[in-house]
Design a protein around this ligand. Sequence first.
Ligand code: ADP
Ligand code: MG
Length: 612
Amino acid sequence: MSDSETHSSPAGEAVIIGIDLGTTHSLVGVVDSGFPIILADAQGERLTPSVVSYADPENPRIGREALRAAETAPRVTIASAKRYLGRPYSDLSDEEKSAPPFRVVPLNDGGIGFEIAEGRVVTPGEVSSEILRHLKGVAEAALESPVSRAVITVPAYFNNSQREATKSAAEKAGLTVERIINEPTAAALAYGLDKLDDEQTVAVYDLGGGTFDLSVLQMRGGLFEVIATAGDTQLGGDDFDAALATQIAEQLDLTDLSPQETTRLMAEARKAKESLSSAESYSLRLPFFREGRSYELEITRAQFEAAADSFIERTGSICRRAFAEADQKEVGSIDHLILVGGSTRVPAVQEKLKSWFGHEPNLSQHPDEAVGLGAAIQAGMLCGRVRSIVLVDVTPLSLGIETFGGLMNVIIARNSTIPAKAGELFTNAVANQPSMAIRVLQGEREMAKDNWLLGEIEVPFSPGPKGSARVGVQFAIDRDGILEVLARDTATGGDHVLEIRNSAIDVDDAEVEKMVSESVDYAFDDMNERIWTEAKLKSEELLPAVEMAMTQVGAQLDEADKTEIESAAAAVRALLDSESRDAPALKAANRTLDEATQTLAALLVEAAFSQE
Ligand code: ADP
Ligand code: MG
């Protein structure tokens, strides 16, 4: 008998939360019955500022409360502790020692401390631990149950000691760390890119508050591998704020700013910057800023962009470095570009990226929530294999939906105990697809058409590039055997429900036997059909891509390369058209075409960069 593989969230201690412990913001999420969600705190906020204030050292304040304290007590309010986590004092640059408004001091063991009162020091680990404990509390309040297990994300470039420090900070906060995962990998999970074919390459551009990194990931054997990563740990939205604040101070003739004034001006600059991502201008107001005097200033988006431009340009040269490194490892062209980090909301950043990569960035997820969402998905995968406690009945046949190419995708396997609840996230296979048809199937055969159709719903979504839509599909069978299918467009939150009475459970024994025995009889043919369908999908993707690349940069190839590509493409086309449906041959022809187009792919990347 097979295990029931429900991906529903089990109650209580078994739940695993996902945490994005960010430099600027931190988030906590879980998978709830097939849907990953970011949990909100009591005020309804999902982003917690990664700030701890020790104005009262016995009673530290965390998050937004700490941010408010920062204006009056900047010297004892610790922000961006993550920069210092797991590093020795000797590692720090002068800038890192002196830039923060709080004091950064060396410890006897070579570590780093922050002085929060005369003779009183906290470590970056302790500060992180406060934030993690706070997030644990947010999750427990939202889930109304204790939580003790977590998946935590870290930057791909974190070394072992930084990873260990993250882990012990979590343990100090009462959390068992089930897994540490890389932030870009989590982001790719959130964008649903874990369903990609092998060898697909994803570039993750992450511009946060104080750090920038670009990672190149490749899908290998169903897992993401970080192929290359480059970044700058001193580059991010804070630099935009500082540059804008300097401009504002100059325009208002404000010199010799006190630490309090600087903090306040930076906060106002940040507000202005964030509004200018959607508005063209912003009215900045500084009531009673200095000696009872108030100031006002109108700032335009163009003015902000001018202040931020050199920082955005710097991310470009870092991208080039990462691509050069990836290129040495013979990675083909980038298939997906995803944006992560709040600062990628700046329109100028998105426009620059488009021109550098010649590629539309995928904007389907909230950039500042993607990492947290991915952590939640990973956590959900780790705790998904929990059996329902009540053994009432089992599903006689597998239940699932039809996916790309007419294949059966099982959601609740045969012999699962009911009640059962399970779900998966799906994406669009074709660009600008206006909707997705959810065809609910029952049966054991590999191809949808050989199984029984129980019902169908159409989920509309806003058209976008391939892989941009995300539809959560959840199957729930209650004790009475009623199957409810819920489909949700995660972008709009729109739900579509289909109820199927009894048929999911009440199937004639003889019919079940026939279905199961046929699935055994046809196992070989079915498998061949599945491989053929998958190879055909791959060809249908490859051929137009090669054709387009040839028209764009084909002229730069030598004749031998051109002939090789053309004959490889012709071989694929011939197999697609032939009656024999030879799956292994088509797979091999795809591979040959892929290999023949290596140089072409490299030219494309070059072309994308030289367009600047
Ligand atoms: P981190 O990963 O460093 O914790 P985030 O991804 O939360 O950071 O990004 C925080 C940065 O994003 C801040 O500098 C913030 O000002 C910036 N940001 C957030 N929203 C916007 C917006 N609408 N426009 C421009 N910048 C934004
Ligand atoms: Mg981040």
